[in-house]
Design a protein around this ligand. Sequence first.
Ligand code: ADE
Length: 418
Amino acid sequence: MKYDVKDLKLADKGKQRIEWADHDMPVLRDLRARFKKQQPMKGMKMSACLHVTAETANLMRTLKAAGADVVLCASNPLSTQDDVAAALVKHYGIPTFAITGADNKTYYKHLKSAVAHSPNVTMDDGADLVTMILKERPDLHSKIVASMEETTTGVIRLRAMEKDGVLKFPVVAVNDAKCKHFFDNRYGTGQSTIDGIIRASDVLLAGSTFVVAGYGWCGRGLADRARGMGAKVIVTEVDPVKALEAVMDGFRVMPMVDAAKEADIICTVTGNVNVLDKRHFKVMKDGAMICNSGHFNVEINLEDLKAMSKNVKRVREFVEAYHLKSGKTIHVLGEGRLVNLAAAEGHPASVMDMSFAVQALTTEWAVKNHKSLTAKVYNVPEQIDDGVSRLKLKTMGVKLELLTPEQKKYLASWEMGT
Ligand code: ADE
């Protein structure tokens, strides 16, 4: 079996970690048991490009149990859990190409290894795999049955490909399923970003001024959790409706150039480039801490920051101090990459249970229905959201209220008014 991981000796520790996460993934466990019997992915070759975490390992086990021939590569150079990657190879027989801290060349070599598997189903977190296949492997285009996309940034890229007419096979926007973004983006990113900031810096959030750039689902979750820890939260937003929502949720809203003057901590979650750049670095307080929880490391203009600095020193495991020529210091956490995965462990298993149950069920649906799919971006079918939420509630011991026949009739009628 081909693979590239840091050290196979880490495999036993990784297995323990995968099993620990599995306890909190009852929906995925349930699917794994069914898939093992029904083999819905039998004969499928699948390449996945995801954050190589314990939760992802449980998704890979589920797809393998379904009969797929799966390989996995990393979707970010800093998010790989090396012990998990080793366990996937040694204990679960899944070819894995992922090493934490990989340089750009190795990162793309790993992607190439996943593409070399010649998949007919792919799964992405950020659309790097699809991009490479579209650019470099035209021979695969007609063979790909479907591609699943996990994250907001990836869906935005795929919709741009569809608009430009370069998409050559069907893709499904898993991120846009309710059971994904309502919970993973909001509560997962909210908690894991706070976790990453604290693990990296040991900062006290109570009483601090915490700026959240972007009030999408991730920003909403982060702002709410930062407030819960006692921070004074400021939101920056370009969309008037989202800005209004942030105001009515009780946050101060202002342009970044003003927020940056007050900030102790700034976290970007916009999906856009250079949200923090020279004009913001100039006005930041001495000792301000900045980080990013958006998919790509493009939100903080580190080149500008470097150009303004005398030197850069690593002062803690995940913290670099940029000593500016002006005499100020700005601290960058996690090299401006996803701080929740670089400095912590990403979202907790319990919320990934839902995201990855949606991934697994959507893959099953796409394989079953591929003959009716064309080269477009599809939404996840509603019954998958319904099924995952019902199952999750069941595992939590929560019962739903049921409509009476009279209530069903009322909802289906229009005659009755005041
Ligand atoms: N994205 C965010 N958190 C994650 C996790 N724990 N595993 C995989 N992908 C993630």
